[in-house]
Design a protein around this ligand. Structure first.
Ligand code: GAL
Length: 454
């Protein structure tokens, strides 16, 4: 589909001009360092606590001049299929451009940071890379390492079509530097319907995070299944579970204060969430410390686990599984206590400076911003599009329901674990806090580390 065909479908997105990402316009910057050499200190050293894998810090050997090298982490669950659907569309429009895929596998980008930081700082970046828009980009914009694509990519048609708040997230320091491609929801509680039935648990009856603990205990008593298919190998899933519990217990206003760093006045509330997590942890899989998020999800698919708190990328994995149907075999409710909240996670691609393939990169970013790209990518990925004019007929019943929830949502807070809400330095401290918490379940220590992270 070309750009001309993208007009005229505005009815598909009734809240098209609504601002939806809380605080998106107020993305903080730390000041421009001005050049790559000064930028080292803006970037956090990787402490080794959050990596599933280490990526390749060099371009692959088969990259020729002008080739489009893409670094991303979409290799798990159904994510690779979504990425390939995007590339298929791009190749159809640009058969002349050679795409070189260079993944840095690891859920929630747990391995990509080091690879990308080093390459970008060394002046040896890939053509483009996957990054969360908003706060996650600020070390790069502070150091002037991302090109302003406000004229070359963001033409009037594209600006008009995108949700305003997503456009704002794409300019953390003023210039437009990113092309967002999706909107995921994080506050999902997925479940295996048969396992819940056999335990006599009705997910729609669970009103709050404490009620979820009761349901986990019932599953534990009544079935052989693992109550909560959680992974602790890498800290991001516990950090995001903390966010969900906190939102479910305290609501979006307290969550906003927390994200703003007002942790001390919320000490009791933070401790309450941590204490509940300690109780949840009794219901994690025995192998929680050695599995990835999609392996946890496979346990749910196989009926060996009941619940999973995860972004709706998990639904992309269900879609890629035969004989595992939405509404029959699996279903989802908003994480207890968060009905009306659309806890959003967004991915984007950028144009690093010193670009090895300026023309191909510009074509790719242009394409990522089209209806065609977002219509191919999102239904497979398990996300909804940030453009307001993407026809939703091919998105299936689950994403149609998510889309309705998005449109009816009363708040759309940004996420900590997926980088939109807090700067990378804070994000990295919080990951370390939750890596330790996964090990020792120490509420005091975790509270202090969270307070100090801000
Ligand atoms: C998120 C990312 C999603 C998905 C998920 C699991 O950070 O935004 O697209 O990949 O991690 O790895």
């Amino acid at each position: 589909m070309n750009d001309d065909e993208t007009h005229g479908a505005d009815e598909s997105h009734p809240i098209s001009r609504r601002r939806y990402v809380a605080g998106a316009g107020a993305v903080a910057t730390v000041g421009l360092a001005g050049c790559a050499d000064d930028a080292d200190e803006e970037f956090e050293e990787d402490d080794g606590t959050n990596g599933d894998d280490t990526g390749d810090e060099e371009p692959p050997e088969d990259v020729d001049e002008g080739d489009l090298e893409i670094v991303h982490w979409w290799t798990a669950g159904g994510e690779e299929d979504a990425y390939n659907a995007l590339l298929d569309g791009f190749r159809e429009e640009h058969p002349d451009i050679e795409v070189v895929d260079n993944p840095a596998p690891g859920g929630a980008g747990s391995a990509i940071d080091t690879v990308i930081q080093n390459r970008v700082l060394d002046g040896n970046p890939p053509s483009t890379f996957q990054i969360w828009p908003g706060q996650a980009m600020t070390p790069y914009t502070d150091a002037d390492l991302l090109e302003d694509i406000g004229d070359s990519v963001w033409d009037d048609e594209m600006r008009e079509a995108y949700l305003d708040d997503v456009v704002d997230l794409s300019r953390p320091a003023g210039d437009l530097v990113a092309v967002p491609i999706n909107i995921h929801r994080l506050n999902n509680l997925f479940f295996n319907a048969e396992v819940l039935d056999s335990a006599g648990v009705d997910a729609t009856d669970i009103d709050d995070p404490q009620g979820l603990l009761d349901a986990l205990e019932t599953i534990d008593e009544e079935t052989d299944a693992t109550p909560l298919a959680h992974q602790t190998q890498s800290p991001w899933s516990t950090l995001q579970l903390f966010e969900a519990v906190f939102l479910g217990q305290q609501g979006a206003d307290d969550y906003a204060s927390f994200v703003d760093g007002d942790v001390e006045s919320l000490e009791d509330e933070v401790r309450e969430a941590l204490e509940l997590l300690v109780e949840y942890s009794e219901h994690y899989p025995e192998d929680a410390g050695s599995i990835s998020w999609d392996q946890g999800n496979s346990q749910l698919i196989q009926g060996d686990a009941a619940f999973l708190h995860q972004g709706d990328w998990a639904a992309g994995q269900y879609q890629g599984t035969d004989d595992f149907e939405y509404g029959e075999d699996w279903d989802m409710v908003a994480f207890p206590g968060t009905t009306g909240v659309y806890h959003s996670v967004i991915d984007s691609f950028v144009f690093p400076t010193n670009n090895p393939s300026p023309e191909a990169t510009e074509q790719f970013l242009n394409y990522a911003g089209t209806v065609d790209a977002q219509e191919r990518f999102n239904p497979v990925k398990g996300s909804i599009p940030p453009r307001t004019d993407v026809p939703m007929d091919e998105f299936g019943p689950f994403l149609t329901s998510q889309f309705e929830d998005f449109q009816n949502s009363t708040s759309q807070p940004p996420t900590i674990a997926h980088g939109t809400a807090v700067a990378p330095a804070i994000h990295s401290e919080l990951e370390e806090a939750f890596a330790n918490f996964n090990e020792n379940l120490g509420v005091d220590q975790a509270y202090e580390a969270i307070r100090d992270a801000f």
